[in-house]
Ligand binder design. Structure first.
Ligand code: ZN
Length: 398
């Protein structure tokens, strides 16, 4: 069995707990914006959504309001795999200046351009024939079209002792990707174990789950090397200081982003967040002393990491070396003065190209590591690496 057969079994397992819902939305363009009220929903106006080539349901730019609606009736099973009792979630991704999601007429989730996806819990214990009427309002950004980009229903077991087929699929995906790269000689063992699954012939969920449990037992020893490694994941919210909006909007989004991170940290104390751009910190310091106090406390507790060290995340191609050094000088000086430490990581996720003297300038400005996503955008000279190890720090380049 070749690795692509492993991949096709993983895909099949995922399909038992997933319902693709993107093509089944109904849609109409509302009039007016402002406060979104479910009372304003006019179901008689709905028409089938027309998806574009990317599978997006798009609508015009300029603050236009779109209503999307779909009625979900939960089936008994998906290809013989009963979903009764599983946790049902609606995964959504949108591109909109503002988003509101109503389930059975009740507002349950809001978002915007930066808070642009959700794994919305519809029921922790779903039953056949349960009905969920979901209505979504999206308001397009002023500068761009709006879109409902992705939607699917997923069914998950909340009980890790009795995982669902999708959970095991994810485990298998991680294991096989790891082995492909580091121990390909072990892949046949995975393939042989998977051949025992009654993937096309099982009669009910219990039968498949039992077979999956046996496969997990067999494969767990292969995962031992993965378990010796640790990932450290840090939250971040990329925010352009200026692009297709005014700086007023940047300050507004900065405040909202930082407030919601601090709220999330209350709920998830292990959440570490990192942010760059001393210019933004200074604005918060001068205009939102309440928020500033909470951020400084989070930095002191090491829940909040100072990134970048440059005053803003600048262009680094057109400017002179002196300009780059001054970015670091004023940025690091500010961090040192306010927090007693400098940023150890140059943070340029959205800068298009890098001059060759940048490593030297970074190093001499106290920087030990570098994070970006843009190296992977090079279509003429693909950059071969994504992860770097330096003396003290290891950081994922994403
Ligand atoms: Zn950007």
């Amino acid at each position: 069995m070749a690795p692509n057969d492993i991949a096709s079994i993983i895909e099949k397992l995922q399909s038992f707990v997933t319902i693709q819902t993107q093509a089944k939305w109904q849609f109409y363009l509302g009039d007016g914006v402002g406060e979104i009220d479910y009372e304003a929903f006019e179901p008689e106006q709905l028409q089938a959504v027309q998806l574009n080539e990317n599978n997006y349901g798009i609508f015009p730019k300029g603050g236009k309001l779109a209503w999307f609606y779909q009625k979900f009736v939960i089936p008994h099973d998906i290809n013989q795999y009963e979903i009764e009792g599983l946790h049902c979630r609606l995964n959504l991704t949108w591109w909109a200046g503002s988003a509101s999601v109503f389930v059975n007429g009740k507002l349950v989730c809001e978002g915007d351009l930066f808070d642009s996806s959700t794994r919305l819990s519809l029921s922790p214990n779903v039953q056949p024939d349960d009905v969920f009427e979901v209505a979504i309002t999206l308001i397009s950004p002023s500068h761009d079209i709006g879109a409902l980009m992705k939607s699917q229903l997923i069914f998950e077991s909340d009980d890790f002792a009795q995982p669902d087929a999708g959970f095991v699929a994810t485990e298998l995906q991680i294991l096989s990707q790891y082995l492909e790269k580091y121990q390909p000689e072990l892949l046949p063992q995975v393939a042989t174990a998977l051949q025992t699954l009654p993937i096309e012939t099982f009669q009910n969920r219990a039968e498949l789950d039992q077979a999956l449990a046996i496969v997990r037992e067999q494969l767990i020893p292969l995962a031992a090397p993965i378990k010796t490694r640790q990932f450290h994941v840090m939250g971040h919210a990329h925010l352009d200081m200026a692009w297709l909006w005014t700086t007023d909007e940047t300050w507004e989004v900065g405040q909202r982003t930082f407030s919601s991170v601090l709220n999330l940290q209350k709920e998830f104390p292990k959440l570490t967040f990192g942010h760059s751009t001393p210019a933004l910190y200074e604005w918060i310091e001068n205009n939102r002393p309440d928020l500033w106090a909470k951020i400084t406390e989070a930095v002191t507790k090491n829940n909040w990491e100072l990134l970048g060290g440059m005053w803003v995340e600048p262009d680094v191609n057109l400017v002179s070396g002196e300009s780059l050094i001054r970015q670091f000088l004023y940025g690091q000086q500010y961090f040192l003065e306010k927090f007693g430490k400098i940023a150890p990581i140059a943070w340029l996720p959205d800068t298009f190209g890098f001059p060759q003297q940048l490593p030297q300038i970074c190093k001499l400005c106290g920087i030990e590591a570098f994070g970006t996503g843009k190296l992977h955008w090079n279509d003429t000279k693909p950059f071969p690496h994504g992860l770097f190890k330096c003396d003290r720090l290891i950081r994922q380049n994403f």
